[in-house]
Design a protein. Structure first.
Length: 63
């Protein structure tokens, strides 16, 4: 069986997971120069994390 045929047969099957079967994703962030999981934050720090705003710099503007 060719790889293309295998890929097409896999696409035909839809995998549906229940919430009990899913694995939670652990979110890490950089705090004070090192990385920590958000799950280890206290209530106040979790609130600060949720209030963060994200931005992207325009590379052309930096020239």
């Amino acid at each position: 069986m060719s790889q293309l045929h295998q890929a097409q047969s896999i696409e035909k099957h839809a995998f549906v997971l229940t919430d009990a079967e899913r694995q939670p994703c652990e979110i890490w962030t950089r705090v004070m120069g090192y990385h920590r999981p958000v799950s280890s934050f206290n209530t106040g720090k979790k609130g600060e994390f949720c209030e963060r705003t994200y931005f992207t710099e325009n590379a052309a503007h930096l020239r």
